[in-house]
Write a protein that binds this ligand. Structure first.
Ligand SMILES: NC(=O)c1ccc[n+]([C@@H]2O[C@H](COP(=O)([O-])OP(=O)(O)OC[C@H]3O[C@@H](n4cnc5c(N)ncnc54)[C@H](O)[C@@H]3O)[C@@H](O)[C@H]2O)c1
Length: 348
C-alpha cells in the first residue's frame, strides 16, 4: 500500500491509476490537510507492514511512537532522503530504533544524482511553472550548499541567474566560493535576493528578520523535505494572512506595502508545482530502494538494529546498469594496472 510523504506532493492521476489499474491501496491526495496526511500515515501502519519504504521518516517515527509492539515484527525499513536519515540517526542515538533501516540516500548512486541533478532541475522547474519568472539576470539565493543546493546553484547559473550561496559549514562555503558563487550570511543575502531557495533540512533558515529585510516582490520557496525551513508563522505576524495570486503563489504584504511571494506554501516546490525529478534520475534511486528491500528480506533476522548502508558493490552494479541503459561502456583496469595499483615499489 502507498501513502504520500508530504501533503502537497501527490499527483492525483497517478494515485488513481495505481488503484484502478494495479489494485494498489493508495491513501494520498494532493493538498490533503495535515490531519488527513497523519490519518494516512496511520492507515499505512494499520496495514501492519513487514517492510516500510519511507521518505522523511514520518511512517517510522509514528510507528515507534504509536505502535512499538509492531516494530518487533518488522523486517526493516528503507529511507529515501537526507532528512529521514538525520531523524533515523536521532532515533538510533535515543535507543528507540529496534530494527534495521537502510540509508538509501547515502548510496552514491542516490545522492550524487537524485539530490544534485534531480533537485537542481526540478526545483527550477517548480519555480518557473509557478511563476513564469525569467531567471536570467536575477539574484537567486541558495540556502544550503549540500547535494541539493549544489544542483540548484549549478542549474540556476546555467540559466543566467546571479547565484548567491549561504552556508553554516565552512567547508561547503569554501567549495561554493571555488565553484564561482558569491557566499555571504543570509542576513546580507536577504536584502539583495530576487529568488530564495532553501535546501538545508534545517529549521527556520529564513527567519523573521530575513523576511523583514527582503525586496518588494521577492520570491521565496523551499525544496528541503519539510516546510519548516521558512518561518512562515513569523512572516504571517509581519504581514497578516496571505492572498493567493496564482496557483502555488501566495502574496504576503508587509506593513509598509512590500510584497513577499511564497511558493507552494513552503513545501517542496519541485513536488508541489512541478512533477518532481524526471524518471531518468529516479531510476537509480528506485533501484537502490528495490535492492535495499531485497537485502533486508534476504538478511532477515541477521542485521543488527540501526542504520545500515547498502553494500558498495550494489552502488557499482546500479551505476553499471545505468551506463548500460545509456548505451555507454567504459574501460576496465588491465592486469598490469591492477598490479601497479596494489604495489608500492615503482616510483620515479
Ligand atoms: N526536493 C527534493 O526532491 C529533495 C531531494 C533530495 C533531498 N531533499 C531534501 O533536501 C534537504 C537537503 O538535502 P541534501 O541532501 O542537500 O543535504 P546535505 O546535508 O547534503 O546539505 C544540507 C546543507 O545545508 C547546510 N545548512 C544547514 N543549516 C543551514 C543554515 N542555517 N543555513 C545555511 N545552510 C545550512 C548544511 O551545512 C549542508 O551543507 C533535506 O531536507 C533533504 O531531505 C529534497
Amino acid at each position: 500500500m502507498l501513502i504520500a510523504s508530504n501533503p502537497l506532493s501527490t499527483q492525483d492521476d497517478v494515485a488513481a491509476c495505481l488503484v484502478a489499474d494495479y489494485g494498489i491501496p493508495v491513501f494520498a491526495m494532493k493538498g490533503e490537510s495535515t490531519d488527513t496526511y497523519r490519518r494516512h500515515v496511520r492507515a499505512a501502519l494499520d496495514f501492519k507492514p513487514d517492510v516500510i519504504i519511507d521518505d522523511g521518516s514520518d511512517v517510522v517515527a509514528t510507528l515507534i511512537k504509536e505502535d512499538p509492539e509492531h516494530t518487533k515484527k518488522l523486517v526493516g525499513s528503507t529511507e529515501e532522503t537526507t532528512t529521514g536519515i538525520v531523524r533515523l540517526k536521532a532515533m538510533q542515538d535515543a535507543g528507540v530504533l529496534n530494527f534495521p533501516s537502510i540509508a538509501v540516500n547515502d548510496a552514491q548512486t542516490k545522492h550524487f544524482f537524485d539530490n544534485r541533478y534531480g533537485t537542481g532541475q526540478s526545483t527550477l522547474d517548480g519555480i518557473i511553472r509557478a511563476t513564469n519568472i525569467l531567471l536570467a539576470g536575477r539574484t537567486l539565493v541558495v540556502v544550503g550548499y549540500g547535494w541539493c543546493g549544489k544542483g540548484v546553484a549549478l542549474r540556476a547559473r546555467g540559466m543566467g541567474a546571479n547565484v548567491v550561496v549561504t552556508e553554516v559549514d565552512p567547508i561547503k562555503a569554501v567549495e561554493a566560493v571555488m565553484d564561482g558563487f558569491r557566499v555571504m550570511p543570509i542576513a546580507s543575502a536577504a536584502a539583495i535576493g530576487d529568488i530564495f531557495v532553501t535546501v538545508t533540512g534545517n529549521r527556520h533558515v529564513i527567519d523573521r528578520d530575513h523576511f523583514a529585510s527582503m525586496k518588494d516582490g521577492a520570491l521565496v520557496c523551499n525544496s528541503g523535505h519539510f516546510d519548516l525551513e521558512l518561518n512562515l508563522v513569523a512572516l504571517r505576524e509581519l504581514s497578516g494572512e496571505p492572498t493567493q495570486v496564482r496557483p502555488f503563489v501566495e502574496e504576503y504584504r508587509l506593513k509598509d506595502g512590500r510584497r513577499i511571494m511564497v511558493l507552494g506554501e513552503g513545501r517542496l516546490i519541485n513536488l508541489t508545482a512541478a512533477e518532481g525529478h524526471p524518471a531518468s534520475v529516479m531510476d537509480m534511486s528506485f533501484a537502490n530502494q528495490a535492492l535495499s528491500v531485497e537485502y533486508l528480506v534476504k538478511n532477515k533476522g541477521k542485521l543488527d538494529p540501526g542504520v545500515h548502508l547498502l553494500p558498495p558493490e550494489v552502488d557499482i552494479e546500479i551505476a553499471s546498469l545505468k551506463l548500460r541503459a545509456l548505451g555507454l561502456s567504459i574501460d576496465s583496469l588491465t592486469a598490469e594496472q591492477l598490479e601497479y595499483l596494489s604495489s608500492w615499489e615503482t616510483g620515479t
